[in-house]
Ligand binder design. Structure first.
Ligand SMILES: *Cc1c(COP(=O)(O)O)cnc(C)c1O
Length: 450
């Protein structure tokens, strides 16, 4: 065998402290099959976070691979700036059939962050076009995450993901997250949800006239630590946006395409946002594509023969035909199989496995779950909710130990994230839980205050 490939002297990894990366064994993936990734040193791992939350039906799904191959031999790329192509049309025609009713106009880009930037520009210009240019502020949730471009980071939670870039950013208005675990002990999810809605109401009471839009990650705040809102949060946010006449942007980049147990999180409470952003799972997790989808009402505000209300935004590869073909094949799988039904069944199984293993584990403060999105919040002591010292990087250590059980995970601080492909098998879910339990056993005893 020739020497094993390594990126140690050439690759700068995203969202990664390279000094810590270099201190760990390097995992080099060369092949994927179903729910597993295979490495150059002959090992394989369950893809426990869906290759960063995007893989939907597992790796190597024949239908999607074939669609990509066929499209690649016909048309590799053609612009959408002033010209159409068949695959973009097909996809834009098809998306409304799975989206909340009323979302009918698709604007394509290549990644989730860009879809959010498009939504922000669309919302602000909507009001300018409507003769209310003073409506230009954005309201976002505490602990929000909407991507890593300047607009997305502006919306994101204060802290290490945001603070270094502060000179480049704008300031959103913020309302409380329904993060019950972070509130006084005894706070129920229903109370936290109510409190979040009350804080949005008081913010809009004061600021609605200067507000363009409220943006939320519907039902699950993903990168904030899988914060699951209570029943009624989505409907409540929608009602308040209606009452105060501000646009609602639902960032479904992480929650879309079946992940929550419904096609979109907005379906959980039957709401239609004014603008939805889609990304990650849209191509089944195979190629970069995203969409910002809106209503005819928003669209109409940009429609003008005098060319004064034009939406000036566009990416070179927006709506690339190979990516769109993958997205269409992804939607075919949803149409041909009861994917959503299987997610609900697997989610119920996962819930009982998690309850059994971690329901009263002394280092598990809380398990939050919606469909196949899970956050396991680790603490030094369950009763007092004492966190581990951040410098100990306990979440990372637990995920590192999980690799010994052939499961690949990536934490968010001390929240262990489980977000397997929707095609995950029952025995694989058991293995993931086993691997996390093994990881918890590996926490140094000296750090336990319980
Ligand atoms: C991942 C994510 C994004 C950013 O998507 P990218 O494709 O990584 O740019 C935006 N919003 C949410 C809610 C996400 O989870």
């Amino acid at each position: 065998m020739s020497t094993a490939p390594t990126g140690r002297s050439s690759v700068w990894h995203p969202f990664t402290q390279m000094a810590l990366f270099d201190a760990e064994p390097e995992i080099v993936v060369e092949r994927g099959e179903a729910n597993r990734l295979f490495t150059t040193d002959g090992r394989s791992f369950i893809d426990g976070v869906s290759s960063l939350w995007c893989n939907v039906h597992g790796h190597g799904r024949a239908e999607i691979v074939q669609a990509i191959q066929e499209q690649a031999s016909v048309l590799q790329h053609s612009t959408l700036l002033g010209v159409s192509h068949t695959r973009a049309i097909e996809l834009a025609e098809r998306l409304p059939s799975i989206l909340p009713v009323g979302l009918t106009r698709s604007f394509f880009s290549e990644n989730g962050a860009s879809a959010v930037e498009v939504a922000l520009k669309m919302a602000v210009q909507f009001w300018r076009n409507a003769g209310k240019p003073e409506r230009q502020r954005i309201v976002a949730l505490e602990f929000a995450y909407h991507g890593d471009t300047i607009g997305g980071v502006s919306l994101g939670a204060p802290g290490k993901f945001r603070d270094p870039y502060a000179p480049l950013l704008f300031e959103p208005l913020r309302f409380d997250s329904p993060y019950a675990f972070g509130m006084e002990p005894g706070t129920t999810l229903a109370q936290a949800t109510q409190r979040s809605l009350e804080s949005l109401r008081s913010l809009l009471d004061e600021h609605a006239q200067e507000t363009a839009a409220v943006i939320i990650e519907p039902r699950v705040q993903g990168a904030g630590g899988m914060i699951v809102s209570g029943e009624g949060h989505l409907a409540g946010v929608r009602r308040l946006c209606d009452e105060f006449e501000v646009l609602l942007i639902a960032d479904e980049v992480a929650t879309g395409f079946g992940r929550t147990g419904e096609m979109f999180a907005c379906n959980l409470e039957q709401i239609t946002p004014d603008i939805a952003t889609l990304g990650k799972g849209i191509t089944g997790g195979y190629l970069p594509l995203s969409a910002t989808v809106t209503t005819e009402q928003v669209y109409a505000n940009f429609y003008d023969e005098n060319n004064e209300r034009t939406f000036y935004h566009g990416h070179t590869y927006a709506g690339n035909p190979i990516c769109a073909a993958a997205a269409l094949a992804n939607l075919d799988v949803f149409a041909n199989e009861d994917v959503i039904g299987r997610v609900q069944q697997r989610a119920a199984l996962l819930e009982s496995l998690l309850q059994e293993r971690f329901g009263d584990h002394p280092q598990v403060g809380e398990v939050r779950q919606q469909g196949l999105m899970v956050g396991i919040e680790l603490v030094a002591d369950r009763d007092s909710r004492t966190p581990f010292p951040a410098a100990e990087r306990i979440g990372a250590g637990v995920c590192m130990a999980a690799r010994e059980h052939e499961v690949l995970l990536r934490p968010l601080g001390d929240v262990v994230i489980l977000m397997p492909p929707l095609s995950i098998e029952e025995d694989e879910l058991a293995q993931i839980c086993e691997a996390v339990a093994h990881g918890l056993d590996a926490i140094p005893g000296a750090l336990l205050s319980g």
